[in-house]
Design a protein around this ligand. Structure first.
Ligand code: CP
Length: 311
């Protein structure tokens, strides 16, 4: 695998192998000496045109744990502000030795363009492109679900409900594709104006009501961030209605099973899509998701750069 642009790039076998590799690498992260020499001599660039805490930092730590050199590109402090294009920027980074470029970009398709237009020969990893995909988030979510709802090497039989702003969510799209590929039964629920056309065709059952979907007793409830920054001015959205119908609030929290896993990709809008009580509940896996992001990104970097893993 040279690039990771979409969850569609993975077969069931390759996804399971990545999860197995991440599980193994998570043990390295518990050691006193946490580094492996696998990517020594390789340079990895974090090319982020949008803000990020979890993804950028975990890719940076992941690359360092594998002994790669890491460069963090700050779009605002770069020549992008002078009008330099994505193509010229990527070619410049490759001329400086980048073997892998991890890209986050507001334009859906930016990572695909970088990987497939012949601009660079570096490996490209999609760290989130517009409202399209965020495949390493889906992998870390799959690893978290596998750890907490273990049903074998894949997710056969696990019921996952994804709730909220589906329209703007690259996390939802990658998760529907990957979790379905791994055998999970994926359902989604969200306000009609925030449910994109074609989401059922991706493999999800669509509910028009959060409460109706909760009555099906999902094993996992994944809340999505309301992406206010991506809403158009004319998009109908009122906070009060959203909280009433779509928030994982105190009442809905009491309807979850004792073993139901609460997930959120972060950053959370506490008090909007998720209450403080739900975010802090013992069933919340939010910080485990973050922790798993590190191991998954180590596995992905290793896979695309084909370094030799040694203990
Ligand atoms: N989940 C996620 O992508 O978080 P960041 O935007 O902080 O990277």
């Amino acid at each position: 695998m040279k690039h990771l642009i979409s969850a569609r790039d993975l077969t069931k076998d390759s996804a399971v192998a990545l999860l197995d590799s991440a599980q193994q690498l998570s043990q390295v992260n518990q050691r006193t000496v946490k580094s492996l020499p696998a990517l020594r001599g390789k340079t990895v660039v974090n090319l982020f045109y949008e803000n990020s805490t979890r993804t950028r930092i975990s890719f940076e730590i992941a690359a360092k744990r594998l002994s790669a050199d890491v460069i963090n590109f700050d779009a605002q402090a770069s020549s992008t502000s002078k009008g330099e294009s994505l193509k010229d920027t990527a070619q410049t980074l490759e001329a400086l030795g980048a073997a892998a470029i991890i890209i986050r970009h507001p334009m859906s398709g930016a990572a695909h363009a970088l990987a497939n237009r012949g601009w660079v020969s570096a490996s490209i990893i999609n760290a989130g492109d517009g409202r399209h995909e965020h495949p390493t988030q889906a992998l870390l979510d799959a690893l978290t679900i596998r750890q907490l709802k273990f049903s074998g090497s894949d997710l056969t039989g696990v019921k996952v409900l994804i709730v909220g702003d589906l329209e703007h969510s690259r996390v939802a799209r990658s998760n529907i594709l990957l979790l379905s590929l791994l055998g999970a039964a994926v359902s989604v629920a969200g306000p009609a104006e925030l449910v994109p056309e074609g989401i059922a065709a991706m493999g999800a059952t669509v509910y028009k009501s959060f409460d109706e979907a909760l009555a099906e007793q999902p094993d996992v409830v994944m809340m999505l961030r309301v992406q206010l920054e991506r809403m158009q001015e004319n998009e109908a959205f009122t906070t009060r209605d959203y909280i009433k119908n779509w928030s994982l609030d105190q009442t809905r929290l009491t309807q979850l099973g004792k073993e139901t896993v609460i997930m959120h990709p972060g950053p959370m809008n506490r008090g909007l899509e998720i209450s403080n009580q739900a975010a802090n509940d013992p069933r919340s896996a939010v910080l485990r998701q973050v922790e798993n992001g590190l191991a998954v990104r180590m596995a992905v970097l290793h896979r695309v750069l084909s370094g030799e893993l040694t203990n």
